[in-house]
Design a protein around this ligand. Structure first.
Ligand SMILES: Nc1ncnc2c1ncn2[C@@H]1O[C@H](COP(=O)(O)OP(=O)(O)OP(=O)(O)O)[C@@H](O)[C@H]1O
Ligand SMILES: [Mg+2]
Length: 468
C-alpha cells in the first residue's frame, strides 16, 4: 500500500471483526500516552496485511487529542519467521526420530542375534518333540508362537530405524492393491465399507512390495481402530506427472493437531497398554522413506484422516526378478540328497551362541564344520588346514576383520570359494552387492535352520563323484 493511499483514519482499514480490538488499542494509547502492537488491516487490493503499530498521543495545539502511529508492514517478515520456525520444528522432530531409531535399531540388531539362537534351538527341540509328553510339546508350540511375535516386532523396529533388508523391484501399485484386498478385508470388519480406486494408467514404482503391503495393512488397522462404529475406507491411486500417490482415507474419529503432530513418533500411541505399540506409523515412515517415498497426513477431528503415500514413478520398465526372488525360488525347490562326502564349512561368527547354533544345524546334516571366533582366527585356522574349505559362512560386521575382508583373503588363494554372509544389517549401506555373484549369498538374522540349510545346499552342493 502506498503512503498516499493510507487514509487519515487508520481505523477505516481495520476489518470489521478486528475493530473492537483496535478500539481497545486506541484507548490504551490514550490512557498510557503510547503503545505498540500488531494489527490486521485490509489493503486496497483486498489482501490482508499485518502491520506493526507504534503509536503515541498528541494533545498540545489540537482541540481533540490525536493518535499518531508509525506503521511497518511486517506481513512478509512474519511469514518468513513462521516458515523458519516450522522448518526448525520439523528438523527437531526428524532428529528425535533419528535418535530413537538408532537406539531401537541397535537393540533390535542384538535382539535379532538372540532370537536366531532361540528360534534355532527351538526348531531342533521341536524336531525331536515326538518323544516328549503332550504337554511339553504344547508348551514348545506356545514358545514358537511367541518367538514368531518377537521376530515380527524386531522387524518393525528394524523397519523404522531404516536398517530393513529391502529388495526393491518395479511393481504396479494397482495390481498390488488388488492382490491385497482380501487381506485388507480380513483386517476390517463388516461395518466398514472398503473401496479401492485404481488409476486408469499403470502406477509403476520401484519398491519392495512388502513395504507397501505392511504400510497399507497398518494404515487399514489404524483406520479400523478409528472407526469403532463403522465407516468407510478408500484407497485411491493417482498418477500425476512423475509421481504416484496412494491416498488412504477413513471416516473415523480423526486426530487433533497435537496427536497428528506426534502420530509418527515411535512408541506414540493413544491406544491402551497392550493394545497399540505405537510403532505402526513410525515403521511406515521409516520403510517408505527408505524406499525413496514420502508421507503426508491430514486429519480433522470427527471427520477422518487422509494419508498420502508419495513415490516417484519407476524409470526402468523391467519386472526382472531380483536376487531375493531367485533365493525364494531356490527355497521352494526340493533339497538335494544329503552329501556323501562331508562338505567342509568354515563358520566365522563372533557371537558364541549363534556360532554354536549354526555349527549344530550343519553337523546334524552331515557337514564338516570348522568354527572360528573372528576374522583373524579364521585366517589362522585356514592356514593350518590340510584340506580346502568349500564354503565360508561369515558374519558381515565384526570388530577388526569383517566378513568381506575374510572373504577377500580366502578368495586370494581360492577364487571360487562360495560365501554366505549372515547379518542383521542391510547389505547395501555396508557396500555389499550380493546380487552380482552366483557364489555369494546373504542371509538376514534372525534366520531359521531351514533357510540356512537351503542357502548352504545351493552354494555348496554335495559332490558325490568326488566321494567315490
Ligand atoms: N487413521 C487414524 N485415525 C485416527 N487416529 C489415528 C489414525 N492413525 C493413527 N492414529 C493415531 O496415531 C497413533 C499412532 O499410530 P500408530 O499406528 O503409530 O500406533 P498404534 O496404532 O497406536 O499402535 P500399533 O500400530 O503399533 O499397533 C494412534 O495411537 C492413534 O492415536
Ligand atoms: Mg497402528
Amino acid at each position: 500500500m502506498r503512503a498516499d493511499e493510507v487514509p487519515p483514519n487508520l481505523g477505516d482499514l481495520v476489518p470489521p471483526h478486528h475493530r473492537a480490538g483496535f478500539h481497545e488499542y486506541l484507548a490504551r494509547v490514550k490512557r498510557e500516552g503510547r503503545a505498540e502492537g500488531l494489527g490486521t488491516v485490509l489493503a486496497s487490493d483486498g489482501t490482508r496485511r499485518v502491520w506493526h503499530f507504534h503509536s503515541s498521543i498528541r494533545r498540545e495545539g489540537v482541540a481533540e487529542p490525536v493518535v499518531r502511529s508509525i506503521v511497518t508492514d511486517v506481513t512478509d517478515a512474519r511469514a518468513r519467521e513462521r516458515l523458519l520456525a516450522d522448518r526448525e520444528t520439523r528438523l527437531r522432530h526428524a532428529q528425535k526420530i533419528e535418535a530413537v531409531g538408532k537406539l531401537a535399531g541397535g537393540i533390535a540388531h542384538d535382539f535379532n542375534n538372540i532370537l536366531t539362537v532361540i528360534a534355532g534351538h527351538l526348531a531342533l527341540a521341536t524336531d525331536e518333540s515326538q518323544l516328549m509328553p503332550a504337554q511339553a510339546r504344547a508348551d514348545l508350540e506356545e514358545v514358537t508362537r511367541a518367538v514368531g511375535q518377537a521376530t515380527r516386532l524386531t522387524r518393525r523396529l528394524l523397519g523404522f530405524s531404516r536398517k530393513q533388508l529391502l529388495a526393491p523391484r518395479v511393481v504396479d501399485v494397482n495390481a498390488l492393491i488388488t492382490e491385497l484386498e482380501p487381506m485388507l478385508a480380513r483386517v476390517l470388519d463388516e461395518r466398514i465399507a472398503f473401496a479401492a480406486h485404481p488409476s486408469p494408467t499403470p502406477a509403476r514404482i520401484n519398491i519392495d512390495p512388502s513395504v507397501l503391503e505392511s504400510a497399507l495393512v497398518n494404515l487399514a488397522v489404524n483406520a479400523r481402530d478409528a472407526m469403532p462404529d463403522g465407516g468407510t475406507l478408500t484407497v485411491d491411486t493417482v498418477v500425476r506427472g512423475r509421481m504416484v500417490t496412494i491416498v488412504v482415507r477413513d471416516s473415523g474419529t480423526g486426530m487433533d493437531p497435537e496427536t497428528l503432530a506426534r502420530a509418527g513418533e515411535p512408541f506414540f500411541t493413544t491406544k491402551g497398554a497392550g493394545v497399540g505399540t505405537g510403532l505402526g506409523l513410525a515403521m511406515i515412515y521409516g520403510s517408505v522413506e527408505q524406499s525413496g517415498g514420502s508421507i503426508r497426513m491430514e486429519s480433522t477431528p470427527g471427520a477422518g484422516t487422509v494419508v498420502h503415500l508419495l513415490f516417484p514413478v519407476a524409470t526402468g520398465d523391467s519386472d526382472a526378478e531380483t536376487p531375493t526372488e531367485e533365493h525364494r525360488a531356490a527355497r521352494r525347490s526340493t533339497p538335494p540328497p544329503p552329501s556323501v562326502r562331508p562338505v567342509s564349512v568354515l563358520v566365522v561368527e563372533d557371537e558364541d551362541p549363534l556360532r554354536r547354533l549354526v555349527e549344530r544345524i550343519l553337523v546334524r546334516e552331515g557337514y564338516h564344520v570348522t568354527p572360528a571366533r573372528h576374522g583373524a582366527d579364521a585366517l589362522h585356522i585356514v592356514s593350518a588346514l590340510d584340506d580346502p574349505i568349500e564354503l565360508l559362512i561369515t558374519d558381515l560386521v565384526m570388530p577388526e576383520l569383517g566378513g568381506r575382508e575374510v572373504t577377500e583373503a580366502l578368495r586370494a588363494t581360492n577364487p571360487s570359494l562360495p560365501v554366505l554372509y549372515i547379518s542383521g544389517y542391510d547389505p547395501d549401506p555396508v557396500g555389499l552387492d550380493v546380487g552380482d555373484q552366483a557364489n555369494t549369498a546373504f542371509l538376514a538374522k534372525p534366520f531359521t535352520g531351514s533357510a540356512l540349510l537351503e542357502h548352504v545346499r545351493r552354494l555348496a552342493p554335495p559332490r558325490r563323484d568326488a566321494a567315490r
